[in-house]
Design a protein around this ligand. Structure first.
Ligand SMILES: Nc1ncnc2c1ncn2[C@@H]1O[C@H](COP(=O)(O)OP(=O)(O)OP(=O)(O)O)[C@@H](O)[C@H]1O
Ligand SMILES: [Mg+2]
Ligand SMILES: [Zn+2]
Length: 506
């Protein structure tokens, strides 16, 4: 018995799928097992029509196709091409030797042309891991598949061109790796944001250690502007990170750059009307949500209190775990979701509650109601809370040249190198990922730093989570300063960022 290798994605993990076909005498029946019921009928119709339009007779008799393993959920259209191919092999039109060592994916149109599919890059990863050398993918998926080094990628336009290739009648020329331009491009730059030194410092720390940050301030202070310039100070993606980010984008079916690989860090800014499913992912066929699309990048929630509380509560688990688990009756899938969370909000409905120059026009109960829209547990997850005041007029009018994002990025890169060196053996990249158990070894405190932190804790100004988070932020502040031990000034600065509560102590 021969089989053709194709691939399925469980979360973003590729799994090899074998396609076996048996053709026997008997009644004309075409059955496919191993696919969800709804997609079987459609697949059968497409394959029949595509074969006929490409000039191949569909076999008489009983055709049974098996997609294994059965317990892996498979998305229908990807298997059209391998199924059609396996029928042609079973009929003796294509020799078995022609399909060995290769992986096939592709959806068929009724006229036999091949349509693009989601998640082609992960198929390439699977081929690579299982030692296969050739991957046949829809032409439109060739660029992303090529991004993985060491594979021969054949762009397939139609069923008949693939058959001609396998029979040696007319070879398909392998896709060429597109030269990658790995320099990221940014629309916003720190040098365009006047004043706001405190907020910029907060963003620098957040970017260095991938800490969650909340910007609070009156309208027009520049919160949205600051948040949008955050990607410009983040280091560029490494090759491995690029592969991860591209895989998720490809599985979600979102457009990819012409060169195939994504090099810009993701910046996702979902609208506040976004549902819980849109934020964390889900659906009958689990798809990655905004938190996963922001993996290795930034998730920006502007106008935080306007989001539905229900949707926001779903963020708590991914923020803590760095991944999302979506459970279905047929099993659960996991999507990575390690992102830097940045949120912006006004202090009250009119926005001027904390503004010394303007009168707040809100009633006290309105302010309380507004601030209560964000739950304590979610607020507790922000490592850094920054009050962004209205920008001072002389700062706004001044034309002094300000530090560019590139400059800031250099410092952040340096701090990230330090973190990576320290934590790579533990499988961590940034200080934000440090677990409670690792705190004592990684976030060693000098004695007076410890004393200050204990004082804050005793004064009930910190939750247990706050305590952990302050230590991690202080670790990042020390890393930016190039110091191995966490000193008292690092803890003092980190405490300042816990919002009003911690301020009184430090
Ligand atoms: N610090 C600043 N330097 C330069 N321009 C600024 C600054 N702050 C605000 N601006 C200008 O004001 C505009 C509005 O700022 P932004 O949208 O960031 O305010 P915001 O704090 O998000 O306000 P809101 O609370 O209403 O959302 C910006 O697009 C920019 O043109
Ligand atoms: Mg705004
Ligand atoms: Zn107000």
């Amino acid at each position: 018995m021969f089989h053709i290798i194709s691939s399925a994605n469980v979360g973003i993990e590729p799994v090899p799928i074998t396609v076996e076909t048996d053709v026997t005498m008997g009644l004309r029946v075409f059955s496919v097992v191993g696919l969800p019921d709804a997609s079987v009928r459609e697949a059968r119709d497409r394959i029949r029509a595509a074969m006929r339009c490409s000039g191949y007779k569909f076999p008489r008799g009983r055709v049974t196709v098996n997609l294994a393993p059965a317990n892996v959920r498979k998305q229908g259209p990807v298997y059209d091409l391998p199924i059609a191919l396996s029928i042609l092999v079973a009929m003796g039109i294509i020799p078995r030797t022609a399909i060995e060592h290769a992986v096939f994916i592709g959806e068929l149109a009724l006229d036999g042309s091949v349509r693009p599919v989601h998640g082609a890059l992960t198929t390439a990863l699977m081929a690579h891991r299982t030692g296969r050398t050739a991957v046949f993918v829809p032409k439109q998926n060739a660029a992303e598949t090529c991004a993985l080094r060491g594979l021969t990628v054949y762009p397939v336009e139609s069923l008949s061109t693939l058959v001609d290739h396998l029979l040696g009648i007319k070879r398909i020329s392998p896709a060429k790796r597109v030269r990658q331009n790995t320099t990221a491009t940014h629309r916003y730059d720190f040098s365009n944001v006047k004043g706001q030194e405190g907020a910029k410092r907060g963003l620098e720390i957040a970017a260095a250690g991938a800490h969650n940050i909340l910007l609070k301030g009156p309208p027009g202070a520049g919160k949205t502007l600051l948040a949008r310039s955050l990607p410009s100070i983040l280091p560029t993606l490494t090759y491995e990170e690029s592969l991860e980010v591209t895989s998720i984008t490809s599985i979600a079916g979102l457009p990819l750059p012409a060169t195939g690989l994504i090099h810009n860090r993701p910046f996702r800014a979902p609208h506040h009307s976004a549902s819980a499913v849109a934020l964390v992912g889900g659906g009958a066929w689990p798809k990655p949500g905004e938190v996963s699309l922001a993996h290795r990048g930034v998730l920006f929630l502007d106008e935080l209190p306007e989001f539905s509380r229900y949707a926001l509560e779903h963020l708590r688990q991914p923020i803590e775990d760095g991944c999302v688990t979506i459970s279905r009756a047929t099993g659960s899938v996991q999507f990575p979701a390690r992102f830097l969370l940045i949120a912006a909000m006004n202090p009250c409905p009119c926005g001027h509650f904390t503004n010394p120059h303007r009168q707040c026009t809100c009633r006290l109960n309105q302010i309380t109601k507004y601030q209560k829209k964000i739950s304590g547990p979610l607020l507790d997850r922000f490592d850094i809370v920054i009050e962004v005041p209205a920008v001072e007029h002389d700062k706004l009018l001044s034309d002094e040249t300000l530090e560019t994002s590139q400059n800031v990025r250099t410092r952040i890169k340096q701090a990230r190198v330090v973190q990576e060196k320290r934590m790579k053996p533990l499988g961590l990249l940034t200080n934000n990922e440090i677990t409670t158990g690792q705190l004592d070894t990684i976030c060693h405190l000098s004695s007076d730093a410890k004393q200050l932190l204990e004082q804050a804790l005793r004064a009930n100004k910190l939750s247990a989570r706050g305590y952990t988070r302050v230590r991690k932020v202080a670790r990042t502040i020390a890393d930016l300063a190039g110091e191995e031990s966490i000193a008292v000034e690092h803890i003092a600065e980190a405490l300042q960022y816990r919002g009003q509560d911690a301020l009184e102590v430090s």
